[in-house]
Design a protein. Structure first.
Length: 344
């Protein structure tokens, strides 16, 4: 799990946001935010909240006695289930606990994220409320060592999945069978169930998509695997393309070389202060000049507590790279001529 010591440091980032906006308190209800700030990862069927006061004190409200040594000065527990049945009113219950805390401390100006808990809180809170979602996305960009450690374990899961894929991909293999075996490889490597559904792409002979029932790989096709295993809340995102019969055509190899040559461009340009639009444009121009077609989708995106985060290597955003963030660069080309696509 996340390290409480690092969560205390993350709280300082959130406290800076609180002071900048002249708020009395901040309440986080999104499970990823509660985990980020407190090192307590709520069970997926449980609601929780993290409260940060202007004096720097923090409070976690969570189910039963599930929080083990969280980075918080106070922990408030509630019954999340009755006789083994999960309660459906948990967001309202947690919000009521938080509202009592806020009333006791005479909180008037409150910042909240977007979540089921804070939606209930906004109905009951008697004071000024403003959203801090945009700020939280930025606060989360630069990763701490404990976050990177969890991401490295998720990446080790993807390495085991690719080793399995290389050993079993052949003509006739069903997409769903590949998916099942890759899922098993990830779980055995992590030693526990993953945090989320095993994304992203497992379809053969096309540009991507989930595994399809009764679809089998054919000779000559390319099989894109875009793997997003998760470990204790954090994601990996690694992509490879396989020639099903291990006999790539000349045009497939030309396309592969063009994709591989994108990475020195990214590595040369990606540094703190670089504009993501410019990195996208440089790779797009390279593909246009070598293959006659540019990028049909983003060049990449941030990865962390969620599969897609800042920064966006995408012309629809104008992000600037900062030190310490993690992103995937995944250039891709797709056409009938190469019988599928290549994305790496």
């Amino acid at each position: 799990m996340l390290d409480p010591t690092h969560s205390r440091q993350r709280q300082k980032r959130i406290l800076d946001c609180l002071n900048e906006r002249e708020l009395d308190a901040i309440v986080l209800g999104l499970p990823q935010h509660v985990y980020y700030a407190s090192s307590h990862r709520p069970f997926w069927l449980h609601s929780s909240a993290f409260v940060l006061l202007a004096d720097g004190r923090s409070i976690v409200t969570t189910a039963d006695a599930s929080a083990k040594h969280p980075a918080a000065d106070e922990v408030v527990h509630f019954e999340a289930n009755w006789m083994g049945t999960q309660r459906q009113d948990q967001p309202e219950v947690v919000a009521a606990h938080v509202n009592t805390i806020l009333k006791h401390r005479k909180i008037k100006c409150l910042g909240i994220d977007a979540s089921a808990v804070t939606a209930q809180l906004s109905l009951a809170f008697d004071g000024q409320i403003e959203s801090i979602d945009a700020a939280m996305w930025q606060i989360r960009r630069s990763k701490f060592p404990d976050e990177l450690a969890l991401m490295r374990q998720a990446i080790r899961c993807s390495e085991a999945m690719y080793a399995t894929a290389r050993s079993i991909i052949k003509p006739g293999l069903a997409e769903i069978d590949l998916y099942a075996q890759l899922h098993a490889a990830a779980v055995k490597t992590s030693g526990e169930p993953m945090t989320a559904l095993l994304g992203n792409d497992y379809a053969c002979g096309v540009g991507g998509g989930p595994p399809r029932k009764d679809h089998h790989a054919k000779s000559g096709q390319l099989w894109i695997l875009d793997l997003g295993p998760s470990y204790r809340g954090y994601f990996a995102d690694n992509c490879r393309a396989f020639s099903v019969d291990r006999k790539p055509t000349e045009v497939q190899m030309k396309t592969w070389h063009a994709i591989v040559d994108c990475f020195p461009i990214v590595e040369r340009l990606a540094k703190p202060g670089a504009r993501c639009r410019e990195i996208f444009a440089a790779v797009d121009e390279h593909l246009k000049s070598t293959l006659g077609q540019g990028l049909p989708h983003h060049l990449g995106h941030g990865v962390g507590l969620q599969p897609h985060e800042f920064p966006h290597l995408n012309p629809r955003w104008d992000d600037v790279l900062i030190e310490g963030e993690v992103f995937t660069a995944e250039p891709g080309v797709y056409s009938g001529e190469i019988i599928g696509g290549i994305r790496i």
